[in-house]
Design a protein around this ligand. Sequence first.
Ligand code: SP5
Ligand code: ZN
Length: 343
Amino acid sequence: MKTFYTADHHLHHSGMEVSFGSIVETFEKPERAEIVLSRIKEVGLGPVLDPQRYEREPIERVHTADYLDFLENVFAEWRAAGRDGEVWPYSWRHRSMPPIDSPPSGLDARLSYYSFDMAGSITETTWQAARRAADTALAGADAVLAGDRAAFSLCRPPGHHAGRDFFGGYCYLNNAAIAAQRLRDRGHDRVAIFDIDYHHGNGTQEIFYDRADVLLASLHGDPDFEFPFHLGYARERGAGPGEGYNLNYPLPAGTGWAEWRDAFEDAHARIRDFQPSALVVSLGVDTFKDDPISQFMLEGGHFLLIGARIAAFDVPTLFVMEGGYAVEALGVNAVNVLQGFER
Ligand code: SP5
Ligand code: ZN
């Protein structure tokens, strides 16, 4: 299968994050995409192609124009305010505070409004990198639309935590959602998103929550103990016409292959019942046993089995890279899914 990749991902690199009270090098670092690319070349998966540049229009099908303007301009605004370093939000609306539905005017208040955590910062070139990640997803979607059985969008920064108008969890633009919407807009009536990243795809859920044309099934660490904490429970089944089209499988810390596979197979059957004409896989491999920020116990060989089961849907499939932070194993694990699919 084709891989879409651009070295422009290097334009995003938040230097640090806070982990259990310590300032550490961010887990979401540029080496991640490079090791996956190396593995793709090593196994000869297929051609590696630079994505074309897309207009904002396909991105605005998912994200609000005011949020996109904010992402594009906030770094300059930060500098104009006389501030050094990178753009970081630092305070959020507590449940004791009334909700609002339009952005405040002050810089820090607006940063708070458009985010839900400080997993990653906005650097001078984060907007450009996020745009190119969205291009990478769109190019993969277009390959599938042109008739490819499958494609891999090696996106970085990742996307599934980003909602219609917010960033968080290392994510700025929701690459998988943008690709799924592209598939909808260019002729696929029913698109399923299978999110197998360790974390709940809260952004993807928010974007498609009231829709019956895009099914989301997500396996993840139970939000009762795991990031992003406040979304991803099994009781969240969709709203209005989307009722029944959002499927969450929260799983306990320490989940191993047998338990993960049981949930995966249940989701698999539900996706099959939906009869999608195309599939987007939010491909995180932070379910790996040695992942430094995660608590599932999958092993390298399991990713081959996952790929083979995804192939059994027998529908055009786009894989979109999400998380995975055990950098040494990340290339093998991610590409195992793709090789398992192709066998
Ligand atoms: C796309 C994706 O996988 N985003 C994940 C964002 C997780 N952010 C929270 C990271 C918390 C790290 N602190 C735990 C360190 C354990 N040693
Ligand atoms: Zn993740």
